[in-house]
Design a protein around this ligand. Sequence first.
Ligand code: NAD
Length: 479
Amino acid sequence: MTERFFGHIIDGEEVPSADGGNFEVWNPWTQDVWAHAAEGGAEDAARAVASSRRAFDEGPWPQLGRAERAAAIHRLADLMEQRADELATLDTTNMGKPFAQAKHDVARSVWNFRFFADHQRDHRGEVYPMDSGHHTYSEYGPAGVVAAISPWNFPLMMASWKVAPAIAWGNTCIIKPSEDTPASVTMLGRLAAEAGLPPGVLNVLNGQGTPAGSSLTGDDRVDRVTFTGSSATGKRVMASAASHLAPVSLELGGKGANIVFDDADLDNAVHWAVEAIFRNSGQVCLAGSRLFVGSGIYSEFMARFVEAAEALPIGDPFDPATKFSSLASKKHFDKVSSYLEGVPDDGGKVVTGGIDESGRWLVRPTIITGLPLTAPAYCEEIFGPVCVVNRFESEEEAVALANDTRYGLNAMLFTENLSRAHRVASRLRAGTVWVNCFFIRDLRTPFGGAGDSGVGREGGDFSREFFTEPKAVVMQIQR
Ligand code: NAD
């Protein structure tokens, strides 16, 4: 047993599993077990739900004034800021992302808490004057107990997207981080206790999808289920929550289209094409993994894109020079590798990259051309640093290619033609479209996907809709 241990955080205390079970936590760069975490079972999940239920039903959290609740969440954000290096170290060690990116993720997580704390504090309701001599006003009370389940690619940040709006709106929450990355979210639970959040307002349950996650989603004491992860798991989560009619918010996979028109600013388009598929080693739901390039610039664009991909500094994620590192786990390395192994048989050409020969769980920045539109590597989410490229002749063809997918999370387009930018953005089937940029997010705006990319939207008032139980109060004004 290593010294480092991540327990569950239940009722403000860090506790082991009821049966004493635990699992190994890996460092994917060194390929060592560097910690253990509590292996949550049905009994631990039931205990966490009971704690959050009590904290909701008996208070004080849901009844606190908005300013007081905001202040408590800002105290948590302050602690996260003070301990940012520690949190980022946990994510880099546990997941292998470059340390500078992990620091950036912590800053964005802090901002999520601050944003939603203030959003609920400053929120205004609506009043509907009625001709009948009444008026109706809306009230947005907390929904109850929220089960939140998060993936491993942005361990702290994905959890914060869920936890922050959930608790800001007066709910209590149990977060189950991915079994691959329990570290930073467990620390978040410790910091919540230190910040003085009442016991049970934020519980952390560690463990596998089944039984830990599925015990939460199927528990009829849970009022909301918010999930980020793969489309396949999302369907299971939705079915489980349906057993007790808990509303679900699902942020699922993607196969983002990136369209570069002939009139694009090439420096900008190449820069973002590289970021869009190779940031976080491509382990990004929003990755621009299908790239469509106008035939007039195809040769020049490809030469520059390949050169930029090959220039990315690869190495130890704690080395400040590193921009690109290993994949997050052996299991994930095997999955990405299996897609690459199928490419030659499907008629694709690996222009650069491929599986690294070092024995690390490393796939180099990979660019593939020539794949048929039905090949698995072309149409399925690989969730790795693998970009498939096609050329197009017309705007019509670019839009058709981009929309030819079961996913609908995001798309990007690069053009200097303003009319085309608006026209194409409007025709793309995607929850977010970036024009001449990538990865910019305003937390007030809707975020989510269509088709296999999810159900519902999060962000600003969209999060309020999900995490509250809106009520209409009808007042008689005239007798
Ligand atoms: P995953 O679906 O394997 O696991 C996600 C989480 O679900 C983990 O915590 C896991 O333990 C849990 N889980 C697994 N089975 C469960 C079950 N039956 N019941 C309840 N919980 C269960 O996904 P992953 O590999 O961790 O993450 C990668 C996926 O996440 C990719 O598809 C990626 O696109 C997606 N993702 C989407 C977004 C978004 O905002 N749309 C953001 C990040 C990642």
